[in-house]
Design a binder for this molecule. Structure first.
Ligand SMILES: [Zn+2]
Length: 189
């Protein structure tokens, strides 16, 4: 395996960019090892590189190390992700979790509003009128359209960018069950 050297710092041409004033332009360098280890070397940064609370010049790190550059914590997975196999998109897929949670919360909220409106229909004579008013009030149609657009835009395979659906939208659990993208075969879990 060839050694991979990653530059970390504030300038946009680093491999890992940290946009924070406490981080130097070219703050540190990480050299990936064969196992789940890397050598992290401070590059004469102004505010220092800390591993597990100690200021370091050069040290070995693992996926469990706690790393701070200047005032910013750096998740070691951001370094080790460069060590992955080309079809491994599991880290990127994990980053979709909050996206999924937000979309799912909205989907459930729309369903609950719909249920409240359905109850109104049972009121004799004026039920349908109240129902139409309520549907308008909750802006259900608008929210449904927006949810669908958001799903199409954000709930996508991190590798091939295809929306995550076959007939229906895939849920998080569906994706976990599939483990790989059915279209590009990238590994999600
Ligand atoms: Zn894909």
């Amino acid at each position: 395996m060839k050694t991979q050297v990653l530059r970390i710092g504030r300038k946009p041409d680093n491999d890992i960019v940290i946009d924070d004033l406490s981080v130097s332009h070219y703050h540190a360098v990480a050299t990936l090892g064969n196992e789940n280890t890397a050598e992290l070397e401070d590059n004469d940064s102004s505010n220092g590189t800390y591993v597990d609370g100690m200021r370091v010049r050069k040290t070995l790190i693992t996926g469990e190390s706690s790393i701070t550059l200047g005032k910013v914590a750096l998740d070691p997975r951001k370094i080790f992700r460069f060590n992955k196999k080309p079809d491994d998109f599991s880290a990127e897929f994990q980053e979709l979790r909050p996206v999924w949670d937000t979309l799912e919360t909205e989907r459930i909220s729309i369903l609950q509003s719909q249920k409240k409106i359905d109850v109104l229909l049972a009121i004799p004579y004026i039920g349908r009128i109240i129902m139409l008013w309520a549907a308008n009030h909750y802006n259900l149609e608008g929210r449904r359209v927006k949810l669908k657009e958001d799903m199409r835009r954000m709930w996508v395979c991190p590798s091939c960018k295809q929306p995550l659906r076959d007939y229906e939208w895939l849920t998080w659990n569906d994706a976990e069950h599939l483990r790989r993208c059915p279209k590009c075969k990238a590994r999600w879990f």
